[in-house]
Design a protein around this ligand. Structure first.
Ligand code: FNR
Length: 363
């Protein structure tokens, strides 16, 4: 039995445990998977400039996200179909996030329903919205999230089409019959055979609205009182447009390297977007975070918090809710050590001077 010491250990074990088709679906990136690799490598090029001789006997990692107090700046990203990893699916992940005192984002492509996740216990939940051509479906999803007590809508803007994930093509990836896209249950899709998961998946994918624009973000704000985050921005230009549309925050993401290949790592573009936001809205980041040191680096470069994707799925596959709890605890412990060893007692003490990027070192 391997002693699990970091979140990457969960990936190794999940690879042994999961059917190859599921592991590849979770782990894979688009095309050459260049961005997928960059997401890790870019973090390794950022080094620390720690301060010592500072009292770090008490470390406070708590923060406030859109007015909600959480225990640490590490949140759960929306990822599809948690039931492929574990029979309890997103309910287990949500319970683990709540136990860790943090936010769980439920995907529009989830295998537990909006209501199931919210009624599984206390916790702060965000809902990730994929915008479909049929705006009735969008309205229904938003309404359900609102009624179920979700606190924000994260609109995914980097997936007007799905990226080409070649492992899924090779494996002829199919959603097993016993796993259902719960967000679409109960919707009026009368002409679709909802008992056939793969047919439903193909239908749902074909319904993504590739004409999504700033106008739709403005429209969303007219149909809900929930704050809107945009997920998938990586340039200053798009950050400006999103802020002009009135969003409450930006989640920088390259979708974990699953959409357009040869995008830079989000951590490499973070400062550009933070500069544009200029404190008007918080900037969050995901893609490639596997260590507490990665979280520290993102905060030092201006992020207000980070989201974790695959490690949650792999921990869930290995040990269900307990696995996700442990994964979140390990990231928390690592961030705490990174803060102590850098001389930071609280998140606001983490500054740009605590890290050096390649650009800094060339200067
Ligand atoms: C995702 N991601 C994603 N994003 C989204 O907005 N809606 C979704 O349904 C999904 N589904 C999904 C499935 C799987 C298997 C993965 C790995 C990812 C992207 C996700 O929210 C996040 O951006 C990345 O996972 C972050 O990168 P890391 O942490 O996985 O490297």
């Amino acid at each position: 039995m391997v002693l699990i010491t970091n979140v990457s250990d969960y990936e190794e074990l999940a690879k042994q445990k999961l059917p190859k088709m599921v592991y590849d679906f979770y782990a894979g990136g688009a095309e050459d998977q260049w961005t997928l690799k960059q997401n890790r490598e870019a973090f390794s090029r950022i080094l620390f400039r720690p301060r010592v001789l500072i009292d770090v006997s008490h470390i406070d990692m708590s923060t406030s996200i859109l007015g909600y107090k959480i225990s640490m700046p590490i949140m759960v990203a929306p990822t599809a179909l948690h039931k492929l990893a574990h029979e309890e699916g997103e309910v287990a992940s949500a319970r683990a996030a709540a136990a860790a005192g943090t936010i769980m984002t439920l995907s529009s492509w989830s295998s537990c329903s909006i209501e199931e996740v919210n009624s599984c216990g206390p916790g702060i939940h965000f809902f990730q919205l994929s915008v479909f051509k049929d705006r009735d479906i969008v309205q229904q999803l938003v309404r359900r999230a609102e009624n179920a007590g979700y606190k924000a809508i994260a609109v995914t803007v980097d997936a007007p089409r799905l990226g080409r994930r070649e492992a899924d093509l090779r494996n002829r990836f199919k959603v097993p019959e016993n796993v259902v896209f719960k967000c679409f249950e109960g919707l009026d899709l009368s002409d679709i055979d909802k008992t056939n998961a793969s047919r439903l998946a193909a239908y749902v994918a074909s319904q993504i609205d590739s004409s999504l624009s700033g106008k739709d973000i403005e429209w969303l704000q007219t149909i809900t009182r929930l704050p809107i985050l945009v997920k998938g921005v990586i340039t200053a230009e798009d950050a400006r447009i999103a802020i002009e549309c009135g969003v409450a925050g930006i989640i920088m993401s390259n979708h974990g390297g699953r959409q357009l290949d040869y995008l830079p790592a989000t951590i490499s573009c973070l400062e550009e977007v933070v500069r544009e936001a200029n404190g008007r809205v918080p900037v969050f980041l995901d893609s490639g975070i596997r260590r507490g040191t990665d979280v520290f680096k993102a905060l030092a470069l201006g992020a207000s918090g980070v989201f974790i994707g695959r490690p949650i799925l792999f921990a869930l596959a290995v040990d269900g809710e307990a696995g996700v709890r442990t994964a979140l605890q390990m990231l928390r412990d690592e961030l705490e050590i990174a803060m102590a060893l850098s001389g930071c007692m609280s998140l606001k003490e983490i500054t740009r001077d605590h890290v050096s990027t390649e650009g800094d070192r060339l200067r």
